[in-house]
Design a protein around this ligand. Structure first.
Ligand code: ADP
Length: 496
């Protein structure tokens, strides 16, 4: 309809211009004016967004459900309960429960918040519109607020067109538009946009023809304006966490559904090795494994492809860096130091070590996390520091000097030492870090690290021979598996 009116107006204007031209009128100024008008119209249309099909529109079709999301059981359960309120609005209204207007999903990126919102839209048979908080922030005052109005209008129109009773508006990175008012000094635009969102949400009623549910996603709940979290707006907050081992396995299985897996694939092992990975990382692991298999012209994906995919997602792409022979030997000694100490402190934990450059690392040793741990003891943290320091200590023992290769190891060791102090596990006992003199803080970190360095020296000095031998093998072969390393250590034990 809008298009037809536009065309009629344009046609009539042109006819008038042609008529004036024929009766001898100077139409040049009119043409310039018309051109400017068109340009202005185009700019405003473009800036105000949602007039066309710029937003993603997901038809609440049957092809996406909560079953397609791995893990996240508590989040799904909480979300489902909230959605059931929306689904059985009559029942809840009878009980005097006010309608649900907004749900906030909070958690790290890549954990499936968008997927949950899509599944939610499908569950309550609604159309799905998604936008990102940053799309509403413009330099032009009022444009963000106008976009919010259009987004809600568009949600209603699309739901009616698709003959759905509801619409889910998903706003990703809602903290960008919904951060505390007053934090953006001198920027009224943010406030106008947020105010408009609040107005739209307050205007949602249970007897509206189209029921709109707003789902926001953020990783920074603490940044949000308290007005957004007030009852009647986003009053359901659902936490979407990084997946635990069981959930990682489910996610991997979901993403391997359409992939030809070889007999030797052990997804449970991969799930165990990928502690800290989000769903998006795991999707990437499955995808990269398939790409690696294809590169080798293999018709099936093997466990080694998955192993390498984990390395790639964790550390980055393999690099073509070719250090000289001497440097490469130093890298081999360094990684062997990490691996020997890692294996001795936690037998069976080393997955593999290599001198292939990947991402920012010239070589690396990967340890399999014990189990998903959420609390760490002092013993655990000290052993972690020992593994970090082992590379530099090995260099010192075998080559007589250290190198800059240990810089990031030291940074990590200092980070763990800080954790020890913060948790009250250092010789200082429980402290208030805010008033702890910097000098004392620094000396305590140094003390913790020095002590662990001595422990590592005590482990590696008597094993200099095996250290050298394994480093040499690593230099020749580029890669040593955990099982091979264990065999070398065993052999060294029986010889002595
Ligand atoms: P977020 O919105 O939390 O940043 P997304 O929902 O956009 O994350 O997830 C990005 C991608 O990661 C998805 O397209 C999917 O492939 C994968 N993914 C994330 N979480 C899960 C999960 N729980 N189950 C299956 N796949 C997931």
């Amino acid at each position: 309809m809008k298009m037809v009116i536009k065309e009629i107006c344009l046609g009539s204007a042109m006819a008038v211009v042609v008529f004036l031209f024929f009766v001898g009128y100077n139409v040049f100024p009119l043409l310039v004016l018309g051109g400017l008008g068109c340009l202005l119209y185009f700019l405003v249309e473009k800036k105000s967004g949602w007039s066309g099909s710029q937003h993603s529109f997901y038809k609440g079709s049957d092809d996406f459900s909560f079953d397609d999301i791995g893990g996240q059981a508590p989040a799904k359960q909480e979300l489902l309960e909230a959605l059931n309120f929306a689904l059985h609005a009559d029942k809840t209204a009878k009980m005097g429960i006010r309608p649900l207007k907004g749900i906030l999903l909070t958690g790290p990126p890549g954990t499936g918040k968008t997927l949950l919102a899509k599944a939610a839209a499908n569950y309550i048979d609604s159309v799905f519109l998604s936008a990102s908080g940053s799309e509403f922030i413009e330099v032009f005052a009022g444009v963000g607020a106008q976009r919010i109005r259009q987004l809600f209008r568009s949600a209603r129109e699309q739901a009616l067109r698709a003959k759905k009773a509801g619409a889910v508006i998903f706003i990703d990175e809602i903290d960008v538009l919904g951060s505390r008012r007053g934090t953006h000094a001198g920027h009224m635009e943010y406030e106008q946009t947020l105010n408009q969102l609040l107005v739209e949400m307050d205007g949602l009623k249970s007897d509206d023809r189209v029921k709109i549910l707003v789902i926001g996603a953020t990783n920074r709940e603490d940044m949000l304006d308290p007005a957004l979290l007030r009852p009647g707006r986003f009053d359901r907050i659902v936490r979407v966490d990084l997946p635990d081992k069981e959930a990682r396995l489910q996610i991997l299985k979901l993403h391997c559904r359409n992939k030809p897996l070889a007999e030797d694939v052990d997804l449970e092992k991969i799930a165990g090795e990928s502690f800290g990975f989000s769903g998006a990382h795991l999707e990437s692991v499955a995808n990269e494994a398939a790409i690696l298999a294809l590169r080798e012209n293999s018709s099936k994906i093997h466990q080694r492809h998955f192993q390498e995919a984990v390395d790639k997602v964790m550390m980055g792409e393999k690099l073509d860096k070719k250090p000289g022979k001497e440097e490469l030997y130093r890298i081999a000694v360094h990684e062997t130091g990490h691996a020997v100490v890692g294996e001795l402190l936690r037998p069976g934990s080393v997955s593999h070590l290599t001198v292939t450059s990947r991402g920012r690392a010239l070589g690396y040793m990967r340890q399999i996390p014990e189990n998903d741990l959420y609390l760490y003891t002092l013993d655990y943290l000290e052993k972690q520091i020992q593994v970090f320091l082992a590379g530099a200590v090995a260099e010192k023992i075998i080559l007589g000097s250290q190198s800059t290769g240990a810089t990031s190891d030291f940074r990590q060791a200092v980070h763990v030492a800080r954790q020890i102090i913060s948790a009250g596990l250092s010789p200082l006992g429980v402290v208030c870090e805010d008033v702890l003199p910097e000098k004392l803080f620094h000396e305590t970190i140094q003390g913790i690290i020095k002590k662990q360095e001595q422990e590592v020296e005590a482990i590696l000095l008597p094993r200099a021979e095996v250290l050298e031998k394994v480093a040499q093998i690593l230099l020749d072969r580029e890669y040593i598996s955990g099982a091979e390393l264990r065999a070398f250590l065993e052999e060294a034990n029986t010889v002595h």
